[in-house]
Design a protein around this ligand. Structure first.
Ligand SMILES: *Cc1c(COP(=O)(O)O)cnc(C)c1O
Length: 433
């Protein structure tokens, strides 16, 4: 059966043919690939075509596809039973390892996705503080629960606007939305509404409007303002946890949040999420405290086995310096080419996270990210695909390099980007004549 007829079949039985919207390639056009398998850095589509992968399943695959030790741990565990709905030894070991890696947390609760982690963190923050409102940042994504599917409304102090149908205006109004990296605006909001704000939630490195690192002093400022006004600071580290070092970004950067949300990498490719924090906060959760939270498959043996195997490998082999060195060499090379060729492009990069924006720097917030030429991005995406490189199919996503990406593969990537942007420049010149 051809790939095209398979996609048609998918669209009959699943809305848009997908189980998560960005998979349908809406923003780049064309028919999405149907994936058959992955191995290391390589993805194979059902039509037999092969790609060097920089999507990494949107973040979890820091060891590459089908790492033998992770697969073996899953197979061994599966043979002993898939789920018990009761605590296992591996869960305890997993929690202990997480806590060993993150210096400022005492306890962890496992859930099944990043969305669930954030939802739980917000309820916990409201339960601990007895307050209602949340402050988030425009362009940060925190999963698809009601409270955080909210974008900037007409005024900073009047609350946000639901960014999806099906979310009540009342719910959206409880979430205030400030521009990322703008501490002055946060200070204004806290001065006016601080008494009613349960939590400030932020991706400490923004990864869902393309890659945007925090400005100097931004996270430190959020920490100060939260403390001053009695709000909790939540770092959503669903992407950044174990992405830039064998710990959280908060630990690397030296800013301690009250609650940390984790997901993606800590599940090693299986569905997982977690919230972690100091005992005085975590023990507000049921059954010790009065903030209710539960899950039939929470901490299930398979996800824990994949996560434990992944974290052990990261903890012991510490591939981060190599990942960072390779990605930095790539971004320096690309940016010097973009500059020399006078191209409207910029490669933002931090460790093994990067985004090529089709705009000029600086890109410090959503408004600046949105100046990117998404038509150019779509052309770039398809040129890269036709040369065997698979990227996240949207300008406003992060690409990932894994421990499996070699120097030769990073070189191939950089050469391909340069070839493609030069080709696009020539095409643009021609079309303008
Ligand atoms: C992916 C992501 C989530 C949501 O996680 P899911 O497992 O997809 O529910 C939350 N926050 C951030 C920062 C993410 O990147």
């Amino acid at each position: 059966m051809s790939q095209k007829s398979m996609i048609k079949r998918a669209c009959e039985v699943m809305p848009g043919g997908v189980n998560s919207p960005v998979r349908c390639w809406q923003s780049v056009g064309g028919a999405p690939l149907l994936i058959a398998s992955g191995n290391g850095t390589e993805l194979a589509a059902v039509d037999g075509s092969r790609y060097l992968d920089f999507c990494g399943s949107w973040g979890p695959l820091i060891l590459g596809h089908a790492h033998p030790e992770v697969v073996e741990a899953v197979q061994r565990t599966a043979a002993e039973g898939l789920t018990f709905g009761a605590t296992t030894v591996q869960e305890i070991e997993f929690a202990e390892l997480l806590l060993e890696c993150i210096p400022y947390v005492d306890q962890v609760r496992l859930v099944n996705s990043g969305t669930e982690a954030v939802m739980t963190a917000l309820r916990l923050a409201r339960g601990v503080t007895g307050r209602t409102r949340i402050l988030k940042f425009d362009g940060c994504y925190h999963g698809h629960s009601d409270a955080v599917l909210v974008s900037a409304g007409s005024g900073l102090l009047t609350g946000g606007r639901a960014s999806s149908d099906g979310i009540s205006a009342d719910t959206a109004r409880q979430t205030l939305v400030a521009p990322f990296n703008d501490l002055d605006r946060v200070a204004d909001v806290m001065a006016a509404k601080g008494d009613d704000i349960a939590a400030i939630i932020v991706e400490p490195v923004a990864g869902n409007m393309g890659l945007i690192p925090p400005a100097d002093g931004f996270l430190e400022g959020l920490r100060e303002l939260s403390t001053k006004h009695g709000a909790l600071l939540i770092f959503d580290e669903v992407i950044t946890g174990f992405r830039l070092g064998p710990t959280t970004f908060g630990a690397i950067h030296g800013v301690t949040p009250d609650i940390t949300c984790l997901g993606k990498i800590i599940g090693g490719g299986m569905p997982i999420g977690a919230i972690a924090g100091p005992r005085r906060i975590m023990e507000h959760l049921a059954p010790v405290g009065a903030v209710y939270q539960a899950g039939t498959l929470s901490g299930n043996p398979i996800a824990v086995a994949a996560g434990l195997a992944t974290l052990r490998i990261l903890h012991e082999s510490d591939p981060y310096a190599d990942i960072c060195r390779r990605a930095t060499a790539m971004s320096v090379r690309l940016n010097s080419h973009f500059e020399n060729a006078d191209l409207n492009a910029w490669c933002a990069q931090l460790g093994g996270m990067f985004t090529i924006f089709f705009t000029r720097p600086p890109v410090h917030n959503l408004q600046q990210a949105k100046t990117s030429d998404t038509t150019q991005f779509a052309a770039y995406f398809h040129h890269m695909l036709s040369r065997g490189v698979y990227l996240p199919p949207s300008q406003f996503e992060v690409s990932f390099t894994s421990a499996a990406h070699t120097d030769a593969e990073m070189d191939r990537f950089a050469r391909t980007v340069i070839e493609v942007v030069d080709l696009m420049k020539a095409e643009n010149v021609k079309s303008q004549r």
